[in-house]
Design a protein around this ligand. Sequence first.
Ligand SMILES: [Zn+2]
Length: 225
Amino acid sequence: MTYTTNAISEIKDHLDVVSCLQHFGVRVPEKGRNVVACLCPFHQERTGSFMVYKRENRAWCFGCQKGGDVIDVSRLFLNCDTAGAIGYWKQRLGLEGQPISSQQATEAQALRRLRDHVRRRSLELERFDIRKEPCMESYLTYVFSEKEDLDRRFRDADGKPEMLAYLAELEAWHSWADSILQGAWSYWTSRAMAVLARNLNPEAADAYSPIGPDDLSAQRGLQNV
Ligand SMILES: [Zn+2]
């Protein structure tokens, strides 16, 4: 059914598997690896067999063989059929009463491709990779200047007891740097998405409102990218 296919892809344009699972109370980390294992919400277990594939926007339990895309997963949680899951998300995502024209369908596809692209990029977040992004420069400069300070303080630590302290601080720096860069990167991509969404479809742009970097920049005294 064309309408259903359109409705499903429209929902997938607005809903990723992580948000979907979190909505139903599954604890799944947003950041980090593309594939994460969680405790399965559909059967009792002590170790996680429920694999969340962020890039593919799917989840699957190797224990009870349940899962699928966001619609399949929603059907399982809601104990309803596809139409029920579509209605549920249309209402929550504010997509009701918006019949999709072919023009909008094309735009939705373009958006989906871009979203998949930025999702891949943020998942594959590698420092040397995002260094290429001009918008990340101020963050990178800041983060690495902190590391230089750290290195300077422990310059003569090699082979000495201070080495342990240095490694501990380096470890702390790594997680701090990751969170700063991930935050900056996701802000930048969500802002880019918002601009694109507004250009493509002003009425649907609200769904892409980015979360501002205010807390990040206030904490760290950084300029907004
Ligand atoms: Zn399971």
